[in-house]
Structure formats: structure tokens, C-alpha cells
Design a protein around this ligand. Structure first.
Ligand code: URA
Length: 220
């Protein structure tokens, strides 16, 4: 990728991040500390999409930097990639919370919040044009594949994602961390590992031959 193209993408993403910073379409736009827009290589071949920022992400304005993020980093490293080589985003950029009377707690984003935030995610996909999208958890996968998507039955299967980009889903790292009992966690990790290996294998496939246009009749 040329330096000019990289610079163009960086600029486009920075413009989008600024729009997210100014966005107050949802109530969580007022309760957030920082929006976690997304981060990584603007020329990444792989884009990972989670649900929404949690407490640590809200504090730091970066996606996946809490406990789930630490596990996600290890998942990325397991397929011979560095965090800096991929692009990480979320379906919503502001931390969805509810007040339990003493403090703000995390909750799942509402359909309205996901809808409001979708143009920013679409724009990130449009700018980066990754070769593969990996959805982390059911809400992210459902946001592309519809409400009927079942993470337990359909994770690890390739789908056609936005703009025709191959998309696959696996369990969310926070779900893995919630597993109690070593055996249960090991079982889920095995499934996630199988999904990650599919991503690696697809990244390793040779690129399709470039279409050569015949511009002139053959001379023999
Ligand atoms: N969980 C998510 O889905 N996204 C984050 O950024 C952090 C935790």
C-alpha cells in the first residue's frame, strides 16, 4: 500500500473520530467519559468488531483495553498478528451504562444505539476495506447478519459481510472470561481457536489472480 493511500486513510479515520467525539445522538453520548472510536492499522487486512466500550475503554478512549482486551490481544497474537497490524472497532463507540444507584455499570447497547452508531462503523469499514471481518460475540454478528444469527450454531462459518467482505464470528473474549470451571473455559477456547485458525488460513490464501484486461487483439 502506498504511503499516500495510508495517509489518506489516516486522515479519513481522524475525520470520522472527530465526528464521533462531537456526536450526541444517544444519551450515552452525554454519560461517556471518552468515545472509543477504534484503533489499529488503517490498511489492516483483518478488522475485529466488538460490542461496545466498557469502563476501562471509556476511561482511556480506546477499544478493548480492559481484561477482555488483554485476552483479545492474546487471541490476535495466536494467529501470528500483532494488535497494531489489525483494526479494532465496536458496534457502538460510547460506553452503554446504567446507574445502579451507586455507580455506572456496563450494559449491552440498545438497537437504537447500534443504529445511531452504525454510520460510523460503516465508514470505518469503507475506509479500511479489510479482507476479513471477525465479529466478536453475538451482538456484533447480529448487527451484520440479522437477529436470527445464533453465535452457538453459526460461529466459525463464513458469511458475506458488508461490501461483500468475508465475515466470520466467534465468541466474545469477555464471554470466555466469564466461564467458570476450567473445563468449560477450555471447551470454549477450543472453539474460538478453531475459528481463529479459519481466519489465519483465509489470510494465508494466495490472492486471486489480478484480472488482466485484453486491450488489444493478440498479434499471432
Ligand atoms: N467489549 C467490547 O465489546 N468492546 C470493547 O471495546 C471492550 C469490551
Amino acid at each position: 500500500m502506498s504511503l499516500e493511500e495510508r495517509a489518506r486513510r489516516e486522515k479519513a479515520l481522524a475525520r470520522e473520530a472527530k465526528a464521533v467525539d462531537a456526536c450526541r445522538k444517544c444519551a450515552i453520548g452525554y454519560t461517556r467519559t471518552n468515545a472509543a472510536f477504534g484503533e489499529g492499522d488503517p490498511c489492516a487486512r483483518l478488522m475485529l468488531i466488538g460490542e461496545g466500550p466498557g469502563e476501562t475503554e471509556d476511561k482511556l478512549g480506546r477499544p478493548f483495553v480492559g481484561k477482555a482486551g488483554e485476552l483479545l490481544d492474546r487471541m490476535i497474537n495466536a494467529i501470528a498478528l500483532a494488535r497494531e497490524e489489525v483494526y479494532i472497532a465496536n458496534t457502538v463507540k460510547c460506553r452503554p451504562t446504567f446507574d445502579d444507584g451507586s455507580r455506572l455499570r456496563n450494559r449491552a447497547p440498545t438497537p437504537d444505539e447500534m443504529r445511531n452508531c452504525r454510520p460510523y462503523l460503516d465508514e470505518q469499514i469503507e475506509i479500511i476495506r479489510p479482507e476479513i471481518i471477525l465479529c466478536l460475540g453475538s451482538p456484533a454478528a447480529k448487527s451484520f447478519l440479522g437477529d436470527k444469527f445464533s453465535i452457538t450454531k453459526q460461529r466459525g462459518i463464513w458469511f458475506e459481510g458488508p461490501k461483500g467482505i468475508p465475515l466470520i464470528a466467534t465468541f466474545h473474549p469477555a464471554y470466555i472470561l466469564r466461564m467458570t470451571g476450567g473445563k468449560e473455559m477450555t471447551e470454549v477456547k477450543k472453539l474460538v481457536w478453531a475459528d481463529l485458525k479459519k481466519v489465519r488460513a483465509r489470510l494465508d490464501e494466495p490472492p486471486p489472480p489480478a484480472k488482466t484486461e485484453i486491450v488489444q487483439e493478440a498479434l499471432f
